[in-house]
Design a protein around this ligand. Structure first.
Ligand code: TYD
Length: 205
């Protein structure tokens, strides 16, 4: 199967949806077929991304507006140094989170998801060809991650409520560019569904 390149594919979903495992598996698969595949993620491993990861592990988060500012700095650096060069070199990009995370998560933190999307688009960040949204209920996602560890019932309730808002924002953003996938099943089924969609949408025979 030949694919029309470049191909910029974004993977989104709530924490614990399985997208990092899926991205790694897809990258390995297409790179193994000699396609020029690259794997990227946000927050990145650059200076802003490291600052963000420290912030996420810290005792208290700054307000949503400050979070947006940091994610935008990280994304600006990522677009310039990683995404645009990969597009110019006609690569196949597997992107673990992009500005849809910004709208869904900081939207769940109280800001307007529409304003966050506009802010990102206004900066000229390239639109992906496709967004795979791995959708599942927060409870199922939390069962997979260690969020329960050490947390009280109250923490778990808050986390579930927050992720439900994130999920609702994602689903509200899902236009024709999105392919929404039921992520409750085994990773192999999700992998097959994504590969089939890629071939249907971008295969050139
Ligand atoms: P995640 O992909 O879960 O990283 P890892 O599993 O490697 O730690 O991303 C970390 C968190 O960052 C995740 O909870 C979502 C959040 N996030 C935002 O809130 N806004 C954004 O713009 C991005 C890219 C991520």
């Amino acid at each position: 199967m030949r694919l029309a390149l470049p191909l910029f594919l974004v993977f989104e979903g709530i924490d614990g949806c399985g997208k990092s495992t899926l991205c790694a598996r897809l990258h390995e698969h297409y790179a193994g077929e000699s396609l020029p595949a690259v794997l990227l993620r946000e927050p990145t491993d650059g200076i802003w991304g490291r600052k963000i990861r420290d912030m996420l592990q810290g005792p208290e988060l700054p307000d949503a507006a400050e979070q947006v500012r940091l994610f935008l700095m990280d994304r600006e650096h990522d677009v310039e140094n990683n995404i645009l060069p990969a597009i110019r070199h006609k690569r196949m990009i597997f992107m673990d989170r992009y500005f849809y995370s910004n709208a869904a998560y900081q939207g769940a933190g109280g800001m307007s998801p529409e304003d966050i999307l506009q802010e990102n688009l206004g900066r000229g960040f390239p639109l992906p060809h496709r967004v795979y949204l791995l959708d599942l209920p927060p409870q199922a996602a939390l069962d997979r991650v260690s969020a329960r560890q050490g947390g009280s019932k109250h923490d778990l309730f808050e986390k579930t409520e927050f992720l439900q808002r994130v999920r609702d924002h994602y689903l509200a953003m899902a236009d024709d560019r999105f392919c929404v996938i039921d992520a409750r099943g085994p990773v192999e089924d999700i992998f097959n569904a994504v590969c089939a969609d890629i071939e249907r949408e971008f295969g050139t025979k």
